[in-house]
Design a protein around this ligand. Structure first.
Ligand SMILES: *Cc1c(COP(=O)(O)O)cnc(C)c1O
Ligand code: SF4
Length: 344
């Protein structure tokens, strides 16, 4: 199946009513649309747990005052183009701005979709920075989605990173094994191997994303000795129930993916309809504890708006402030920040 990349395509696919299409054009102008063939196949109805993640809605035009272009503050910690160095022992490298799907809640929605991968020269400059900073033990490839690059380019990148003596771990943040499993070829998988410990962190939010082809892709990655972890975003209307999350985490483990993080939905623009309150997230995690084996439970985390990093949502870091829906969040360095739940 071909990817749908416009409101027109979505009308043709029966995912958007023709009558609603004109009103959605301003959304298309603001935020890129792309539903991969695999995800098109996983959608049974436009408002199901997969459909809502990718089909644009008018609510995206409702930008709240607290929402930001760069909600997690990647730009505030970027010493070299494409590189974010927030924590001493690890860096993230944004190798591309392209993805196989454009998620409607994406925290980088202001920057993804611009064509263009990091150039060869930019990659070399970023890795030079890593090489002269021996405290860095891990390079995290992200984007966009790093696995949209060709298998040949990925192999070259992995070889370059493995050649830096201080680096021990290569991490890849990707949605490809579920949204475009056909990209997980033997050539790609062999190119990911090196002397490094390779960790693939799969972004998936609903059990229905795990199609038969996705399972095959994950088996192939697991068979190559790649550690598989996951990250999910807690999304209203998609996975904000105990049953849906249980189903998701059990499906992950069946595919040998250990649930790692459940992210509180970031303050990206036009995303408030997806955002739960912190109290709702905490209640869901409490309900899952005990019901699910510990190995199935991710850590519920929030990225503190403005670039202060992420912390677990628990009483050590996140405490109620004096007004309803107001919270005080302590970052990993001891700084204290105010946070407010969406109004509803
Ligand atoms: C999330 C993030 C990481 C990875 O953090 P872990 O807690 O190790 O998963 C690294 N660098 C930046 C800038 C991040 O936002
Ligand atoms: S795949 Fe990741 S980076 Fe790309 S749109 Fe979705 S959340 Fe954003």
């Amino acid at each position: 199946m071909k990817a749908a990349v416009s409101v027109d395509d979505l009308v043709r696919e029966g995912l958007v009513d023709a009558a609603e299409a004109p009103a959605l054009l301003p959304v298309e102008a603001e935020f890129r649309i792309r539903v991969s063939g695999a995800m098109r196949g996983a959608i049974s109805a436009p408002d199901d747990g997969v459909g809502r993640q990718f089909i644009p809605s008018l609510q995206e035009l409702d930008v709240k005052p607290e929402e930001m272009g760069d909600p997690i503050g990647d730009d505030a910690h970027s010493p070299v183009k494409g590189l974010t160095h927030r924590y001493p022992d690890r860096v993230i490298l944004h190798v591309t701005k392209t993805c196989e799907v454009y998620c409607r809640f994406c925290f980088r929605r202001e920057t993804v979709g611009d064509d263009g991968h990091l150039t060869e020269a930019e990659v070399i400059a970023a890795l030079d920075y890593v090489a002269v900073n021996p405290a860095i033990r891990e390079v995290i490839l992200t984007g966009g989605d790093p696995l949209v690059l060709s298998a040949r380019r990925i192999r070259g990148l992995v070889e370059r990173i493995a050649a830096i003596p201080g680096v021990e771990t290569l991490r890849i943040h990707t949605r490809v094994p579920v949204v475009a499993p056909e990209r997980v070829t033997d050539e790609l998988v062999s190119g990911l191997g090196s002397r490094l410990t390779t960790v693939l962190v799969l972004h998936a939010n609903h059990a229905a994303e795990f199609t038969e082809s996705a399972r095959v892709a994950l088996r192939r990655l697991d068979g190559a000795g790649i550690m598989l972890l996951s990250q999910s975003v807690l999304l209203r209307g998609v996975n904000d129930s105990v049953e849906t999350l249980e189903h998701l985490f059990r499906e992950m483990l069946r595919c040998r993916v250990k649930p790692y993080y459940l992210h509180h939905c970031d303050l990206a623009k036009g995303v408030s309809h997806f955002r739960t309150t912190i109290g709702e997230g905490v209640a869901l995690m409490k309900a899952l504890r005990g019901r699910l084996a510990g190995v199935l439970l991710p850590t519920y985390v929030i990225d503190i708006p403005g670039g202060f990093g992420k912390v677990p949502v628990n009483a050590d870091y996140v405490t109620p402030a004096d007004a309803p829906g107001a919270w005080r969040i302590t970052d990993w360095q001891g700084g204290v920040h105010d946070y407010r739940d969406p109004n509803r």
